[in-house]
Design a protein around this ligand. Structure first.
Ligand code: MF3
Ligand code: CO
Length: 294
């Protein structure tokens, strides 16, 4: 972070590198941010604000991410292993010219996260994990294209699943929309997690606190950390040009989780209850939000 931002004149090029003049681009935005900062709000650093050119590049990456998840949706079935899913993701991503972001990310050994039943997140694909009738699984796909990142995930139900599992998957998907409804420019991001948490509690579920969403686009994981057990009117302001994920992990039982020390990645519910997650990549716009990947 630069300690001193050069004070721009109205006719100077804007700091966002749009190529437009400061006055026709972010001058009014900066004035609004300064006023809100004076009121005590947490203002995002400029490094988190994407310009139109960057947004287009991220959207191209996201188009691959969505196509890969569509390919998974078409082929996933009982009897497949999670390593088969990894193979489908790697193959489709490469075919479309992308790179799987998880592969060797901080030592992650595979191209996608596959989290089954009581696995909360970061399940590692394996030839020994065979999808069974009645399973629920989260497939979390992340793509790099031309250096730009996309990240989204979906739940899949294998064959006929119990009504309890079906409801958990549905409520968790509904929670995404509850969160999206809170994405209003110049309001604090804590509102997103607060609304999602309340929604989960209303259905008798709990929300994992230890893991959450994140800024995304220019890097895989950017600021801010997006909590889904946050409080109203807390956290960074959501401003136009910011991009982040909404990806709550909702447990049928208690919220406590543990990390599998053998692989250093996979997180499970402590009580063995089922956990579901959907992940959407969202852009804050002048009037609300735009879904970039799901
Ligand atoms: N897609 C996951 C997320 O939502 C990625 C976790 S890092 C990985 O942040 F290496 F496990 F892929
Ligand atoms: Co993510």
């Amino acid at each position: 972070m630069k300690l001193f931002e050069k004070k721009l004149r109205s006719t100077d090029p804007c700091w966002c590198q749009s190529g437009r003049s400061y006055e026709s681009c972010h001058e009014a935005f900066d004035r609004k941010c300064a006023a809100m900062k004076a009121q005590g709000y947490l203002i995002p650093p400029r490094s988190l604000i994407k310009n139109q050119n960057q947004i287009e590049k991220i959207k191209a990456s996201a188009a691959i991410n969505v196509a890969v998840l569509d390919a998974v949706a078409e082929t996933i079935q009982v009897g497949m292993s999670t390593a088969d899913l990894d193979q489908i993701v790697a193959q489709k991503t490469n075919e479309l010219g992308g790179i799987c972001a998880p592969f060797h990310y901080e030592g992650f050994p595979k191209s996608v996260c596959t989290s089954l039943n009581d696995q909360v997140c970061h399940g590692i694909p394996s030839p020994n994990v065979i999808l069974q009738e009645g399973d629920i699984i989260n497939v979390d796909v992340s793509t790099i294209l031309d250096g730009y990142y996309s990240d989204s995930s979906r739940m899949f139900c294998l064959g006929t699943v119990s009504s309890q599992r079906q409801k958990l998957v549905e409520v968790t998907k509904e929670a995404i929309q509850i969160g999206l409804d809170q994405v209003v420019p110049f309001t604090p991001i804590g509102n997103v997690g607060h609304a999602i948490h309340q929604y989960a509690l209303q259905h008798g579920y709990s929300v994992v606190a230890e893991v959450g969403g994140h800024g995304v686009g220019l890097e895989f994981h950017e600021e801010p950390f997006v909590s889904f057990v946050s409080h109203k009117n807390t956290g960074m302001l959501m401003v136009p040009g910011m991009m982040f994920t909404i990806e709550p992990m909702i447990n049928a039982g208690k919220p406590a989780v543990y990390l599998d020390r053998n692989n250093g990645w996979t997180i499970y519910t402590q009580d063995g209850s089922d956990s579901a997650q959907w992940e959407v990549q969202v852009l804050v716009t002048e009037t609300g939000y735009e879904i970039i990947a799901w």
